[in-house]
Design a protein. Structure first.
Length: 159
């Protein structure tokens, strides 16, 4: 797998929403989810996700696996699709007017973890941690990451 940099090849819907894919990574007994620190805000914890690129337009799973490896160093098997989720992106992450928000179309998958790499593309920029359902949900909602909390809710993570 090759890490990708930049947003010039990002996929957008006809209405202009950025297409994003990610995973909810569970441990073997489904009691914990792997979270990664935000690249923009190191004190915030999220689930791995990122932009689908034009050449991945017919296979969002591949984009989700790539983003998961780039951000978390996690390798695994997608077990099922958690569905689409609408959301917005904070304005500091796009080139539009700072008073608006960029719409996103998120596609999340549940991932059965096979391996955590010691070295991965964003390993020097991100930390990772395991969290139970309550801790992960609170972390996501505390920072208004509703779309990530919805993906968590749809997963088979034990409550």
């Amino acid at each position: 797998m090759v890490a990708r940099i930049g947003r010039e090849k990002q996929l957008y819907t006809p209405s202009g929403a950025r297409v994003v894919a990610g995973t909810v990574i569970l441990n073997a007994d489904k009691t914990k989810v792997l979270m990664v620190s935000s690249q923009a805000r190191k004190d915030r914890w999220i689930i791995p996700k990122g932009g689908v690129e034009v050449d991945e337009a017919n296979d969002y799973k591949q984009a989700a696996l790539r983003e998961t490896w780039e951000e978390a160093g996690a390798i695994g098997t997608i077990t099922h699709y958690l569905g689409p989720v609408a959301g917005t992106c904070p304005t500091q992450f796009w080139d539009g007017p700072k008073t608006a928000k960029r719409e996103n179309e998120f596609h999340f998958y549940e991932l059965e973890l096979e391996k955590l790499e010691d070295v991965w593309p964003e390993g020097k920029e991100r930390k990772r941690k395991w969290a139970d359902y309550q801790e992960a949900r609170e972390e996501l909602l505390k920072h208004n990451r509703i779309e990530l909390a919805v993906a968590l809710e749809k997963s088979s993570l034990k409550r």
